[in-house]
Design a protein around this ligand. Structure first.
Ligand SMILES: Nc1nc2c(ncn2[C@@H]2O[C@H](COP(=O)(O)OP(=O)(O)OP(=O)(O)O)[C@@H](O)[C@H]2O)c(=O)[nH]1
Ligand SMILES: [Mg+2]
Length: 669
């Protein structure tokens, strides 16, 4: 083999076997790892680190989505299948979960039939002893006819051996231990018969190389925990309590301590720039710089510590294996409303950011389920919405942890109702594909992994604040400073500014929701560019530089003036929060929806639906809330009722539209 050439290595294996972890370990990249199946959606390439490679030919590794077999099943498995078949890698590293051999070797034997040299990485080999499994690695290597290397990807163990095995086999001929022979792939029963023979072959290997003790103590404990945590009813209140704890910790206890320091810095920066500018610059420019850019961005960035604490805690929950249990609890409800259990993963990813969440719907085979999931995923409150939640919980509700928790559960509730409505609209003809979520073992969560996950999300947040949020705040400040004749608006005549005149017509629509002020409408509108903008714009339009009170070590609470400046009742504030969280997501997420929905009709339907849902939920929050707290209905009840009624009738009209159902039926026929 020519030493100058690059060797292309494909990393393949079952979902959750540790492909991405291994990929990161050998290349030094930082692709996303998650403790459940289906995390990687697309292939990703990277160079293997020098020190592992001992000066041999360069090696490019490609991380692929997990697959159980070579037969096309869902689209992410297709990526794997197509890559292996078309791109003809020089070597395949098959990552096998050493604790789950019986499920993995089926795919391994298929890979060995391709005529491409294979190296098996027996990953997670640290867990073998813990689970009282005995594996004869040499025997396995003999029976498969390919090198088998023990690895622990999380601890960088076995990587040198793995890479040198790759160099050893790269030009080797390997004989497949099992040949399926010529199978007519269109003949279902022939394929099934071939699969059966393969399973028997795999079983014969397992019998020879593996001995398992029946059930370890640890597994029994794990089962007991699962019986409670993943219980069909108990699981929900447990989830609620855990989310509440996460919000309370990040928002009331730990987060504000860091936020305080942060806000101190922003204050200093503001003062520093102010004195630097002196009186030399015009007051308009001064306002744009200090109030618009530093004030607006600072108001958003001030929430960064809170969000990082929250992300850290969520990463811990994911890493210890708890989040996978939540999917089991939710699966029951999702199946009932015509979604697949697979829909849960996009939604959990969506709690970080709706864009990768929507993209993750690609793993759903059924088109209708995929589209429904893509249009409903943005209802999960994403990271960008957290500052908005934090601001309103702080300013109006004394940092209560229930505010965030309620928003999460409201999101889940809307998704379930939304799924029902979409099913009714499209007519449910699809078969329910079975969803097997392999529950990962509980384990002690890694502080390091959680820190990394937090840091990468924090970094994305800061980059966004320094770019798009900054530009928006500057624009908002300018539009607020000038009127259409480009004259500086006078004190007291703020309603003549460009911003006010654009936002005012919209604010009329918002009167029945309890917040018909142009400032609030403007913040909601900029929120469509990025949801953090809601906070930034509010800071600019109300000239509040900090939402976090440095003196009190806390978010703005009772004592401060944010609530009174906005002139909202608590109920109206809650309605405003609901409106911002549950109307359509930011434009970037809408772009992702467009890509996954693959239909303009679905896209506009989805946006219309999201807007109606947000409006109706907000209307109900304000009107019912006002009725309960004051004994009478809020302002604009009647026009609001008419608007809500109109939206609902459009939805109901589509739900009962026979033609729609028929066209679906012909497609299925
Ligand atoms: N104990 C142990 N855990 C591991 C090891 N390698 C990976 N893991 C864990 O296994 C889980 C799955 O890892 P990923 O790298 O995301 O798995 P993947 O194969 O890329 O999964 P998909 O992309 O979903 O197909 C993560 O929680 C890892 O921390 C290992 O060697 N030992
Ligand atoms: Mg992966």
């Amino acid at each position: 083999m020519n030493n100058q050439e690059t060797i292309r290595v494909a990393l393949t294996g079952n979902p959750n076997s540790g492909k991405t972890t291994l990929f990161n370990a050998i290349t030094g990249e930082i692709a996303h790892v998650g403790n459940w199946s289906g995390v990687t959606m697309d292939k990703k390439a990277g160079e293997i680190k020098e020190n592992l490679n001992q000066g041999q030919a360069e090696v490019t590794a490609v991380d692929l989505p997990g697959a159980y077999s070579m037969s096309p099943f869902t689209s992410e498995e297709n990526i794997t299948k197509e890559f292996v078949k078309n791109e003809d890698p020089d070597v395949i590293i098959n990552i096998v979960d050493a604790t789950n051999l019986s499920r993995s070797l089926f795919f391994t034997t298929q890979l060995l039939e391709l005529g491409i040299p294979v190296v098996v990485a027996l990953n997670k080999s640290d867990l073998i002893a813990k689970k009282n499994i005995d594996l004869d690695r040499e025997e396995l290597s003999e029976l498969l006819g390919c090198p088998v290397v023990n690895t622990v990807a999380t601890k960088n163990q076995g990587l040198e051996d793995l890479v040198s095995a790759v160099h050893e086999v790269k030009a080797e001929e390997q004989a497949a231990p099992f040949e399926a022979g010529d199978v007519d792939l269109t003949d279902r029963s022939a394929v099934e018969a071939a699969d059966k023979r393969r399973f028997e072959f795999v079983k014969s290997i397992i019998d020879k190389v593996e001995t398992r003790e029946v059930e370890s103590n640890q597994q029994t404990i794990q089962d007991t925990v699962d019986r409670v945590v993943a219980h069909k009813w108990l699981g929900i209140p447990i989830f609620a309590v855990i989310m509440w704890a996460v919000f309370s910790l990040s928002q009331t206890h730990v987060g504000p301590l860091f936020a305080d320091i942060f806000v101190g810095w922003i204050d200093q920066l503001n003062a520093g720039v102010a004195s630097m500018l002196g009186d030399s610059v015009s007051p308009v420019l001064r306002a744009i710089l200090l109030d618009g850019i530093i004030g607006g961005v600072g108001a958003v960035v001030g929430f960064l510590p809170l969000i990082m604490v929250l992300f850290f805690l969520l990463a811990l929950l994911e890493d210890c294996g708890y989040m996978a249990r939540v999917t089991v609890v939710m699966d029951r409800f999702f199946k009932k409303v015509g979604l697949s259990g697979r829909s849960i993963i996009p939604m959990i990813i969506g709690t970080g950011c709706a864009i990768p969440g929507v993209m993750a719907t690609r793993t759903i085979k059924d088109k209708r389920q995929r589209r429904t999931t893509a249009m409903l995923t943005p209802f999960m409150p994403c990271g960008a919405k957290l500052p908005v939640i934090a601001l309103f919980a702080g300013a109006f509700f004394n940092d209560a942890g229930w505010v965030g928790t309620t928003m999460y559960f409201l999101g889940i509730g809307i998704i379930i109702i939304g799924a029902l409505i979409v099913r009714k609209i499209t007519g449910d003809k699809s078969t329910r594909s079975p969803f097997i979520m392999e529950l990962p073992e509980y384990r002690f969560p890694s502080i390091k992994r959680a820190t990394k996950s937090m840091a990468s999300r924090g970094k994305a947040f800061v980059i966004k604040a320094g770019t798009i949020i900054l530009i928006c705040n500057a624009a908002v400040q300018i539009m607020q400073t000038f009127n259409w004749q480009f004259e500086v608006v006078a004190e007291g005549a703020q309603s003549t500014s460009i911003l006010a005149s654009i936002a005012s017509p919209f604010s009329i629509l918002l009167i029945p929701l309890g917040f018909g002020a142009w400032q609030l409408a403007a913040a909601a509108i900029t929120g469509f560019i990025a949801k953090e903008n809601v906070v930034g714009t509010l800071a600019v339009v109300y000239s509040i530089t900090n939402f976090i009170n440095p003196e009190e070590f806390a978010l703005v609470g009772d004592g401060t003036n944010v609530a009174s400046v906005m002139g909202l009742t608590s109920v109206a504030a809650l309605a405003y929060l609901v409106f911002n969280l549950f109307t359509p997501p930011c434009f970037a997420a809408i772009g992702a929806m467009n890509a996954e929905l693959e239909s303009k009709k679905w896209l506009w339907g989805a946006i219309g639906f999201q807007f109606s849902v947000g409006y109706i939920a907000s209307f109900l929050t304000y009107q019912v809330g006002t009725l309960i707290t004051t004994g009478s209905l809020g302002t604009g009840f009647l026009p609001g009722l008419i608007a809500v009624g109109a939206m609902m009738s459009v939805i109901v009209y589509f739900m009962t539209d026979e033609e729609e159902v028929q066209s679906e039926a012909t497609v299925n026929a």
